[in-house]
Design a protein around this ligand. Structure first.
Ligand code: NDP
Length: 483
């Protein structure tokens, strides 16, 4: 029997008023329906927002530590269910089981981190020019927060938005990506069983154009935090701006790695493969442009091809599989069309790029990792986010040229350099236009206690995670007290 996911509104699991559902498919085995999710309407969204609005007053009045206790409970429940949640994630969006377990463990750690935030300081005392007055700042929640998330990190991204929203006293209406809504529901079950007051956290599935856009336009939603494509993000930003709502957008990347002539080749190769192909390249921080010094270009390319050839591709539930399928048929077709376009534009495909249909791979949306050589900075392969396992290799001759190439992008999320030269490192830290710069480490990856976000088109310029999250989820109130 197919498993049906309900919305969670005002503390109750409910079907959409219209009763329509959508299928969520296993990308490793397209005949398997992982679950049916509600195809919700505007009236369902109105009910969720009304519940969040009603719950806000009592929730904001709780102490930070009391709110934190709820998050600690969610963390404990989720920790006990880690394997089951991870398995659902692998079945629903394809990443390998170890990666899915790692992501779920990160979700648990995020919950504990933000639970602790309920006990930390929220303001500063500022000396008043009036000696008989006390002046200080405090922070207040902004109200009801709309959370809209993508499918590629269906546990970690919702939690790194929902947990800080709640700890600082906001209530939440959460719409996950349809492709990963069953996994998201497993996360919400942990919240519901932790005994949160009704209406504090509401979960509603449905089309982006209906529920997502409905959140962006809703007059009772005071802040929207979105992670996804730059196309949808821009639209959400415009809608929020028009009605004066606060918004936070984390979008795409076209992340470069620079391999200098003095790099530790072993380290650079491992990090490039992991950064580009883990999660089938479907990370906003995935490595997609590989800039290599001419002196080591050929040897690096040959070794990259050799190692990529050894990666085992298959169903992420199988133990020895290193890379799973694309998350959906649409995603696979997008990646294949970028590969065709790369060839048409004259880049040289030196490895992979085929759709894989041998044996049981025929049941899913599998492609071989692709490596393109001699990519020109003007080519589509070097400019657009592909969100798949595709590397564009570009040679360079000087550090100045490498940085110019690396910065030649409308995105600015993450970037790496491999070098032993401290001068190169410092130049890279200073001049690289990216929110996350990593030295001798892969482009993908950020620790949860550190700020995360991009520059240029990658972000609306705010930051998520760590203590930086307080900036979006609260407003500063300046207080002046005189006896
Ligand atoms: P989309 O932008 O297509 O979707 C993201 C979310 O927005 C989904 O929940 C989607 O719902 C919803 N949505 C779709 N249309 C609208 C709309 N008109 N109004 C409001 N909401 C809408 O992105 P993907 O899910 O395809 O995710 C991939 C993208 O996410 C990549 O570009 C990637 O770079 C980016 N990303 C960025 C990260 C970062 O931190 N910078 C991290 C991870 C991913 P539905 O699923 O129902 O369509």
């Amino acid at each position: 029997m197919t498993f049906t996911i309900l919305n969670y509104i005002d503390g109750q699991w409910k079907a959409s008023a219209h009763g329509a559902t959508k299928e969520s498919i296993n990308p490793a085995k397209r005949s398997e329906v992982v679950g049916l999710v509600q195809n919700s309407t505007k009236s369902d969204l109105d009910a969720a927002v009304a519940a969040a609005k009603l719950a806000q007053t009592a929730w904001r009045k709780l102490s930070g530590s009391a709110r934190g206790d709820y998050l600690y409970k969610v963390a404990n429940i989720m920790e006990q269910r880690l394997s089951a949640i991870a398995e659902t994630m692998t079945r629903e969006m394809g990443k390998t089981l170890p990666e899915a377990k790692g992501e779920t463990a990160r979700g648990v750690a995020l919950l504990r981190y933000y639970a602790g935030e309920g006990m930390r300081k929220v303001g500063d005392v500022i000396p008043s020019s009036d000696s008989s007055a006390l002046m200080f700042t405090t922070r207040v929640p902004i109200g009801v927060i709309g959370v809209i998330t993508p499918w590629n990190f269906p546990v970690a991204i919702p939690i790194w938005k929902i947990a800080p929203a709640l700890i600082y006293g906001n209530t939440v209406v959460f719409k996950p990506a349809t492709e990963a809504a069953v996994t998201a529901a497993k996360v919400i079950e942990c919240f519901s069983e932790a005994g949160f007051p009704a209406g504090v956290l509401n979960f509603i599935t449905g089309n982006g154009s209906v529920v997502g856009q409905g959140i962006a336009d809703h007059p009772d939603i005071h802040g929207i935090t979105f992670t996804g494509s730059d196309k949808v993000g821009k639209q959400i930003g415009i809608s929020a701006l028009q009605r004066g709502a606060k918004y936070q957008l984390e979008m795409g990347g076209k992340n470069p790695v620079i391999v200098a002539a003095d790099a530790d080749l072993e380290q650079a190769l491992q990090a490039t493969i992991s950064g580009a192909f883990r999660s089938t390249g479907q990370k906003c921080t995935a490595t997609s442009r590989v800039l290599v010094h001419r002196d080591i270009y050929e040897i690096f390319k040959q070794q990259l091809i050799e190692r990529t050839r050894q990666l085992k591709i298959g169903n992420g539930l199988q133990e020895d599989v290193w890379m799973g399928p694309c998350a959906s048929e649409a995603q696979m077709q997008t990646v294949l069309s970028y590969i065709e376009q790369g060839i048409r534009e004259g880049a040289s495909l030196v490895y992979g790029g085929r759709s894989l249909t041998e044996g049981e791979l025929a049941e899913g949306y599998y492609i071989e990792p692709a490596i393109f050589d001699q990519v020109k900075p003007s080519m589509t392969l070097a400019r657009e986010e592909i969100f798949g396992p595709v590397i564009a290799m570009i040679p360079f001759e000087s550090m100045e040229e490498a940085l110019k190439l690396a910065n030649d992008s409308e995105f600015g999320l993450s970037a790496s350099i491999f070098t032993k030269n401290i001068g190169n490192m410092l130049e890279f830290i200073r001049d690289m236009e990216a929110g996350l710069v990593r030295i001798n480490a892969e482009s993908a990856g950020v620790e949860l206690q550190a700020p995360f976000g991009g520059m240029k088109l990658s972000s609306s310029h705010s930051r998520e995670q760590g203590q930086a999250a307080i900036e979006f989820f609260t407003a500063i109130k300046t207080v002046f007290v005189k006896s």
